[in-house]
Structures are given as structure tokens and as C-alpha cells.
Ligand binder design. Structure first.
Ligand SMILES: Cc1ncc(COP(=O)(O)O)c(C=O)c1O
Length: 430
């Protein structure tokens, strides 16, 4: 049983006490106080079921995959490929050959930029991004357009952090030169849930040839995602934010694109035939999985998916929505505190960024100072630019504090956070 009390039963009926008991780290004390982990958008904690699945692999069937005919290798291959099927089912991707295992979301986007981008983007072409992208979905495209003489364009956000995407606005941005539109499903700063299905269909109406990449890093861990219903060309996410281990991420791509794309990395595993002077490529998805993969990581991700599926993604979303509504209400009671992102919890995930400001609206406690004071109360939050420096500029702030929720968080933890924020304000005489 973890240290923090769970008094208020969540409306979703989730058994938070039972869930918390699966996460050994929640028993930790930080500076003598129970850990309150509100940095889930950076990485989530891991339940025993995930940790045990990794230990079980190393203890009982550690072997390389796809290479041996011995029992251990067959068991490892079976578990590795079973995880691929779990991922495909979890995101309703259809054919599991469209699921490529990579290191993280960043690598997945780089893979697309190298393998698809360098063949399909030409001088004068345009890539459309948004003002709310994580650096992972910006820097690889900057490098690509700078190398090829192409151009980046950006969909702006409104004052509540929602994309300005009316049909006529989008019409001006999506042109015949647009080769790719890449945008996040959920903002890691604003919490905004973008209406991805609508955006995809609007883009396809304006330019059916433009490819669409969605960064699902903050969506897949927190809500039901159906690739077949959204219909993107590429969709990426990262395992460590969804109870899985670090070092494993996913690229979903349409089969016909993967078939045409050149490999990203080359060497073992990704080949069919190798001669001295030339080679032919393996079938998809293995064509994109050069070298020994993160077998334990992939197996751990499979266990994380089992765990989340056991709870049900609808329940995960409802629980986080309940916490977000509560947090927004409680934060609104704190004087001089401003939050960013949509007011309506229906339009946002479990991420709330905020600042303590002075009467001129300028940041009065630097988020790093605030995070240090909160840490001294056992509360882990994030502070800084959140890998979204262009968005900080749009919001006209140097940085922000951020809290982000997951299945094990409670309203009691939000109460402790609020007390800790008040304490920080007292220290700064605000
Ligand atoms: C929206 C978004 N995209 C991409 C990433 C990058 O994830 P990773 O560092 O696992 O590649 C993050 C991580 O913070 C994120 O929040």
C-alpha cells in the first residue's frame, strides 16, 4: 500500500488503492514526504507487472530473436512478435506489419524524415507543422528542409491553445506544394486534444497527395486511439509514457509506404540476401529493425498494454478528466496563478501548465524555483520549456510549471500540491 491516502473514490469506479499497490515507487518518500508523482507527461511510473515481465525474460528465456531455432530463441521471438500484435490491436492498426519497433517517438519521426522525407521532399516543397509541436516533431523537419531547400509552415494557435483550423484558414496553409502535415495528437504543454480525425479529413480534401504524420506520444497512453478511424499515414508514440520501459517506441505507417521506403539503419536483421557488393531488404516491418532490437523493452511494452487494457482506456481517460477538472478548479482559486490551454476539460488531456505571475502578468516565481519548493514537499512536477521553445515564444513566457496525471494519481494529491504552491507563494511574499 502506498503512502498517500486515497479518501475520495473516483467517479469512474477505478480501484485506485489497488492500482497504486502495483507501483512500488509510490511507496517512496521524498524529503521525508510521500512521493506525489505529477510528471507523467515526461515519463510514467512502471507497475510490477511490467517490471516482472522484463525480469522474467532475462531470467527465463533470454535469447536473440528471429535468429535461432533453439527453444529460448523461439520463446523470445514469440514474445517479441506477440507484443507487436498487442500494439497493433491496442491502436487498432489492422495489419501488425504496419507496426515498427524503434527506440522512442523521436527515432520514429527521424526514421520518417530520413527514409520517406529524403526520397519524397524536393526543393520548394512545403511541410506544415503547428505552433504546439514538441522539438521531436520540429527539429528533424528543420534539418530536412534546410538540407533540401524545402520550407516549413505552421498552423497557429488561438489564445486558449487550440489550433486555428477553420476551413478557410487551413485552405491558405495546405497547398499543392504541401508534401507532409505533421502535428501532435495531444499537446504536452497545453494539454489540447486536437480533433485529429477532422484535421486528417480536411487535409485530405484539400490535398489528397499530402502525407500526414501524427505524434501520439501524449495520446496513446491516455485515451482510446484507433488508427483505422483516424487514418493517418504515419503515427508515432513512445513506450515509457504508457507504463512501459524506456528505449522502446512505435512507428505505425501504412503498409504501402513502408514497402516503398528505404531502410533507415542497415546491418543485420533488416536484410533478405547479402552479397559482397549488394543486398536486398527484409520484409516489413523487419526491414526497419536493423540489429538486435530492445527485446526486453518490447516485451515490457506488451505487459504495459496488457495492464492498460485490463483497466480499460475509457476508464483511464475518465479518471484523468476527473482529476483535470478538479485541478483546474483548485488552481483557479490560487491568486496570481494562470493556466494555459483549453478551459474545457473535454478538449484537454491530463496535462496542466501554469505560472505564478505578478500584477503585470509576468512570471513572478520562476518555474524551476517553484518545482524545487514543490519537490521539498514530495511533489514531482516539471518546469522549463518542455521541449517546446517556439510555443513558449508564442505564449510569451520564458517557461512554465506543469503537472500531468495518470491512473495512480488522486484528488488528495492535488490538494497537497495546492498547499505546496501556497507555501511557495509565501516564500516569495506573493
Ligand atoms: C508530444 C511529444 N512528442 C514527442 C516526445 C518525445 O518522446 P521521446 O523522448 O520518448 O522520443 C514527447 C516527450 O516528451 C512528447 O511529449
Amino acid at each position: 500500500m502506498s503512502a498517500t491516502v486515497v479518501k475520495q473514490k473516483p467517479k469512474t469506479g477505478l480501484n485506485i488503492r489497488k492500482i497504486r499497490a502495483d507501483f512500488p515507487i509510490l511507496n517512496r518518500k521524498i524529503h521525508g514526504k510521500p512521493l506525489i508523482y505529477l510528471d507523467n507527461a515526461a515519463t510514467s511510473q512502471k507497475p510490477n507487472q511490467v517490471i516482472d515481465s522484463i525480469v522474467d525474460y532475462y531470467k527465463n528465456y533470454n535469447a536473440n530473436v528471429h535468429r535461432g531455432v533453439h527453444t529460448l530463441s523461439e520463446e523470445a521471438t514469440e514474445a517479441y512478435e506477440a507484443s507487436r500484435k498487442k500494439v497493433a490491436d491496442f491502436i487498432n492498426a489492422g495489419d501488425s506489419r504496419q507496426v515498427v519497433f524503434v527506440k522512442n517517438a523521436t527515432e520514429a519521426i527521424n526514421l520518417v524524415a530520413y527514409s520517406w522525407g529524403r526520397t519524397n521532399i524536393k526543393k520548394g516543397d512545403e511541410i506544415l507543422l503547428t505552433d504546439m509541436e514538441h522539438h521531436s516533431n520540429l527539429v528533424p523537419w528543420q534539418r530536412l528542409v534546410n538540407e533540401l531547400g524545402a520550407k516549413l509552415k505552421f498552423i497557429p494557435i488561438d489564445e486558449r491553445g487550440q489550433l486555428q483550423m477553420s476551413k478557410d484558414k487551413l485552405q491558405k496553409l495546405v497547398t499543392s506544394k504541401t508534401k507532409l502535415v505533421a502535428f501532435t495528437h495531444v499537446s504536452n504543454v497545453l494539454g489540447t486534444i486536437n480533433p485529429v480525425k477532422r484535421i486528417v479529413s480536411d487535409i485530405r480534401n484539400l490535398n489528397p497527395d499530402a502525407k500526414i504524420l501524427i505524434d501520439g506520444s501524449q495520446a496513446v497512453p491516455h485515451m482510446t486511439v484507433s488508427i483505422q478511424s483516424i487514418n493517418p499515414d504515419f503515427y508515432v508514440f513512445t513506450g515509457h509514457k504508457m507504463l512501459g520501459p524506456t528505449g522502446v517506441g512505435v512507428l505505425y505507417a501504412k503498409k504501402e509506404l513502408l514497402e516503398k521506403m528505404d531502410p533507415f539503419l542497415s546491418g543485420g536483421e533488416m536484410i533478405l540476401e547479402v552479397e559482397k557488393e549488394k543486398s536486398s531488404w527484409n520484409y516489413i516491418p523487419w526491414k526497419f529493425e536493423a540489429g538486435t532490437p530492445n527485446i526486453a523493452g518490447v516485451i515490457g511494452l506488451g505487459a504495459a498494454i496488457d495492464y492498460l487494457s485490463g483497466i480499460g482506456m475509457k476508464n483511464v481517460r475518465e479518471h484523468e478528466k476527473e482529476l483535470t477538472i478538479y485541478a483546474l478548479e483548485e488552481l483557479a482559486r490560487v491568486n496570481n496563478l494562470v493556466t494555459y490551454g483549453p478551459e474545457d476539460a473535454e478538449r484537454r488531456g491530463g496535462v496542466v501548465s501554469f505560472n505564478i505571475v505578478n500584477e503585470k502578468g509576468k512570471v513572478a516565481i520562476h518555474p524551476h524555483d517553484l518545482a524545487s519548493i514543490l519537490d521539498s514537499e514530495g511533489v514531482a512536477t516539471r518546469s522549463g520549456h518542455h521541449c517546446a521553445q517556439p510555443l513558449m515564444k508564442v505564449l510569451d513566457i520564458p517557461a512554465a510549471a506543469r503537472i500531468s496525471f495518470y491512473i495512480y494519481n488522486t484528488k488528495e494529491e492535488i490538494d497537497i500540491l495546492i498547499t505546496a504552491i501556497e507555501k511557495a507563494k509565501k516564500i516569495f511574499r506573493l
